[in-house]
Design a protein around this ligand. Structure first.
Ligand code: SF4
Length: 84
C-alpha cells in the first residue's frame, strides 16, 4: 500500500513526491537499510514531509517510510514524546 492507495488520502497527499513511485520503494523490508535510506532521501525533497510524518505518528503507521522516517525511528519519536 502507498499513500495514494489509502481509502481517503489526506489533502496534502496530492503534493507527495512518492505519488509517482512504486509502493515497494517506500515499504522496504525492515532489514533493507539501503532501500530505506534511498526512500528517506526522496522524502527530504518532499514539500509535505512534515504533514506526512505527523499523519504517520497520529495514525500509528507500523510499516514503510513516512516523512523521512522508518517505523523504528517513529517508534523512537513516540517513545521520546511519551517521556516528556
Ligand atoms: S514525505 Fe516521503 S512518504 Fe511522505 S508523502 Fe513525501 S515522499 Fe511520500
Amino acid at each position: 500500500m502507498s499513500i495514494q492507495a489509502l481509502g481517503s488520502p489526506p489533502k496534502w497527499a496530492v503534493n507527495a513526491v512518492c505519488a509517482e513511485s512504486t509502493s515497494e520503494f517506500f515499504y522496504p523490508d525492515e532489514q533493507d537499510y539501503i532501500t530505506a535510506s534511498a526512500a528517506k532521501w526522496a522524502c527530504r525533497r518532499c514539500p509535505v514531509r512534515d504533514e506526512c510524518l505527523q499523519w504517520a505518528l497520529e495514525n500509528d503507521e507500523q510499516f514503510g517510510v513516512w516523512g523521512a522516517t522508518t517505523p523504528k525511528e517513529r517508534r523512537r519519536i513516540k517513545r521520546t514524546a511519551g517521556e516528556r
